[in-house]
Ligand binder design. Structure first.
Ligand code: SAM
Length: 406
């Protein structure tokens, strides 16, 4: 037996009773016979309060030339109550693709084509408010608009003049399939159509259909050209990554430190303000190099060895240019537009017999970071002194300091 999805609610003994009634009841309702005495319900009604019966299902308002001419039915803001709509149904027969596309075709006939996006938009909203889902509307339009090619293969092929893609606007998907309250309004923008070559032919608030120009598939030359561009883009990305990886690093607290002549050797780093124990004074500057690269550079520029600092992961920070002198633009390396802060590369170590260092060098959070940290309070004017380590070559300490060049 066919049943209709009319939902009778009887509130009895604190519960809600839902009963499926035969199709005959729908017919009675269409005739205005609101069947409050349906036999199966009487028993429940006897035990509970008065039975509530949902609104009767009206026949689908026909689309006629007159109704098409009447812009009211195409106005999304029209209250459902004015349409005699029975809210709450989402699978009405007329929402099925075949029926709905037929109804839409009627509209197209009256309108001599779907060239008026606003009207179609309104019609879509109208059927949606009658309970048709977004998918049903979409299926209906697909089956109505020849030649329709909704598959991804057709989308790729770019069938000329066809509507190759269609998607519901997000608000359509999110909005309820059928308003359950009188006065519900539909979203003004229900659909967007995409034509060949990915061209969107609808506006944000209406729908238009147009043919896209035929795009012949690219030949071999075009594909080679495309591959060349992709290779170039990949090469540029790789170069940018390499430049970033080899960028000069290092920084210092300019508010606490300055470089000036040292009584120990050449230039040194001095406190220009009181420095508290534990203060991070900066990170040693330079480009990160492997041991092999470092050996190669020191052969070209021996002075580099005076400034290169071994990092915790076995590489070296090299703050010098091609001649081995500290430089804001250490070389070799990928071009880098920003100057590097070289202040800490001038830090000396304490001479023999002096009180000792006042700053430690520690590994930072990132590989290659060497942080200078005040080991005790450093008064203004005092020189920042570190320990170069056991393996540092001090054989030249009796000779002229490096910065004077001899
Ligand atoms: C990292 S640089 C320090 C900056 C250097 N004073 C300058 O003017 O360029 C290291 C070099 O400084 C000199 N130096 C640093 N501490 C020294 C010390 N305690 N005694 C002698 N020379 C020192 C050595 O020539 C050493 O190779």
């Amino acid at each position: 037996m066919t049943v209709v999805r009319h939902f009778y609610r009887g509130y009895a003994a604190g519960g809600v009773h839902s009963l499926w009634l035969p199709e005959q009841h729908q017919i009675w309702q269409r005739r205005g016979l609101h069947c409050k005495l349906a036999a199966p319900v009487v028993l429940a009604a006897a035990a509970g309060p008065a039975l509530n019966i949902t609104a009767a299902q009206p026949p689908l308002p026909p689309i006629t030339a007159q109704s098409i001419d009447n812009r009211d039915i195409l106005t999304p803001q029209q209250p459902l109550s004015q349409l005699g709509e029975d809210a709450g149904h989402s699978s009405k027969a007329y929402c099925q693709a075949d029926n709905l596309s037929g109804l839409l075709r009627q509209f197209g006939t009256y309108q001599e084509g779907f060239d008026n996006g606003l009207q179609l938009d309104g019609l879509m909203a109208y059927y949606r408010r009658l309970g048709c889902s977004a998918e049903q509307l979409q299926d209906a339009v697909y089956s109505m608009m020849p030649p329709i090619a909704s598959s991804s293969s057709a989308r790729r092929a770019g069938v000329p003049g066809s509507i190759i893609g269609m998607r519901a606007q997000p608000d359509l998907e999110l909005a309820p399939a059928s308003g359950t309250q009188a006065g519900a309004t539909a979203a003004p923008a229900d659909f967007t159509f995409e034509a060949g070559a990915g061209r969107v032919v609808s506006g944000a608030s209406n729908v238009q259909f147009s043919e896209s120009p035929w795009q012949p598939p690219g030949g071999l030359g075009e594909q080679v050209q495309l591959a060349a561009w992709e290779l170039l883009a990949a090469a540029l990305a790789a170069a940018a990554l390499a430049a970033y990886e080899s960028r000069p690093r290092g920084w210092s607290r300019g508010d606490l430190l300055e470089v000036r002549q040292s009584n120990i050797a050449g230039r040194g780093v001095f406190a220009r303000a009181p420095i508290a124990t534990g203060t991070v004074l900066g990170a040693y500057p330079g480009r990160l190099r492997s041991a092999a690269d470092m050996v190669a550079k020191c052969q070209e520029a021996p002075l580099t060895a005076s400034y290169a600092f071994r990092t915790g992961d076995g590489r070296f920070l090299d703050p010098t240019d091609a001649s081995g002198q500290p430089s804001p633009y250490p070389q070799p390396g990928w071009p880098w537009p920003l100057p590097m802060d070289v202040v800490l590369s001038y830090a000396n170590e304490p001479p023999k017999g002096s009180p000792g260092t006042n700053t430690t060098v520690e590994d930072g959070p990132h590989p290659g970071d060497l942080l200078f940290v005040a080991a005790n309070d450093i008064p203004p004017g005092a020189e920042v002194l570190i320990d170069y380590g056991m393996t540092y070559d001090r054989s030249g300490y009796d000779r002229t300091p490096p910065e004077t060049g001899g």
